[in-house]
Design a protein around this ligand. Structure first.
Ligand code: ADP
Length: 332
């Protein structure tokens, strides 16, 4: 039996190089070997202030973006077309420790962004609870592996705790413990502020879109912060980030030669920035071309994704049925 892989991404704005190099690149590679489920999680996207009219547009746009970078249609689903995630999430609320959920650092970061995005300092209960829904996303497919960035390690730990409490309660090793899979670049930093991660929710200058035009990429890389002013023998976080982007974009040879320059003390920052911009531009141009091709078949592709969501839903329904039997809830 093939092992199962699950991972998700929120339809909140554009896909950036943190998402791609930290997680989605792995999604593509793992498709050969495993049974893969990849979700565009719109139930998660509504945990932050958002525009109702834009959500569906963003959801479809992310689907086309994922297809353009190489994710297969049959592995993709839209979360709200599989509402069993939300039902299992509710059940899991009762197996998740309140004290533990309170410790999630993502909630602390995102609640700060939520208050700046709303007019009345709003933070939703959904935002607090989203790691529990995430546990349902993972366990509903009984995933063995979860390819995500480093920012998700704490949530995976919580998922395992929920699974284990559930197993204890029902007296059976029903859920397997899912493991995290990281890429070689599990944490990409913001080019404008390398003390924080690259993220959509932090604002435009903090992420580089995978589908950005050449001029924008060059501008963002040219103005990337390389020194934070602190004296240290270690390479600065901003430089590490440029090297990581360069390697992630597949320019291994240039990367190694510039790294040698750095070690010899004669790296010119402008050379590193130019090489990184060249590599990202080449990659983004390829992705943009592919996306344009896919957009020509918009209707057919949307139909395909609804079909794949329906097929994937059957797997989720089976798990939920078993969970309801095990927990004493009713099945029709
Ligand atoms: P965001 O944090 O921008 O809202 P998502 O929560 O939708 O993005 O994350 C989708 C995937 O991308 C997750 O697997 C997450 O771990 C990964 N990811 C997000 N930001 C980064 C980053 N800066 N570096 C590495 N991986 C990241």
């Amino acid at each position: 039996m093939k092992k199962t892989v699950l991972s998700c991404i929120q339809p909140t704005g554009e896909m950036h190089y943190g998402n791609y190099l930290g997680a989605v690149k792995n999604w593509v590679d793992l498709q050969e070997k495993y049974d893969c489920f990849y979700g565009v999680v719109d139930y998660h996207a509504i945990t932050m202030p958002y525009k109702t009219k834009k959500l569906r547009e963003d959801t479809w746009s992310l689907i086309f973006n994922l297809l353009a970078v190489g994710v297969k249609a049959e592995n993709l689903f839209i979360q709200s077309l599989v509402p069993e995630h939300a039902e299992l999430g509710w059940i899991f609320n009762n197996f998740a420790s309140y004290g533990r959920v309170q410790k999630m650092t993502q909630f602390k970061d995102k609640s700060r962004d939520s208050t700046t995005k709303s007019k009345d300092n709003f933070i939703s209960v959904g935002l607090f609870d989203y790691p529990v829904l995430q546990a349902a996303d993972i366990l509903i497919y009984k995933a063995d592996y979860v390819p995500v960035g480093k920012d998700q390690d704490q949530h995976l730990e919580l998922t395992r705790e929920i699974a284990s409490r559930f197993n204890n309660q029902v007296g059976k090793e029903y859920f397997v413990m899912p493991e995290t899979l990281h890429t070689e670049s599990p944490k990409i930093l913001s080019p404008a502020d390398p003390t924080r991660k690259m993220s959509k929710s932090a604002g435009e200058k903090h992420y580089i879109s995978v589908f950005a035009e050449e001029a924008r990429i060059r501008k963002q890389i040219r103005s990337a912060v390389t020194d934070t002013g602190e004296e240290s023998d270690d390479m600065s976080a901003g430089l590490v980030n440029l090297f990581t982007l360069l390697k992630g974009a597949g320019a291994d040879g240039v990367h190694d030669s510039l790294m040698k320059d750095y070690q010899n003390g004669d790296l010119k920052y402008v050379n590193l920035k130019d090489a990184t911009a060249d590599a990202l531009v080449a990659m983004s141009n390829g992705f943009r071309e592919k996306r344009a091709e896919l957009l020509a078949d918009k209707k057919e592709i949307k139909y395909k994704i609804k079909q794949s969501s329906r097929a994937i839903r059957e797997r989720a329904q089976q798990t939920l049925k078993e969970v309801k039997d095990l927990t004493g809830l009713m099945n029709v």
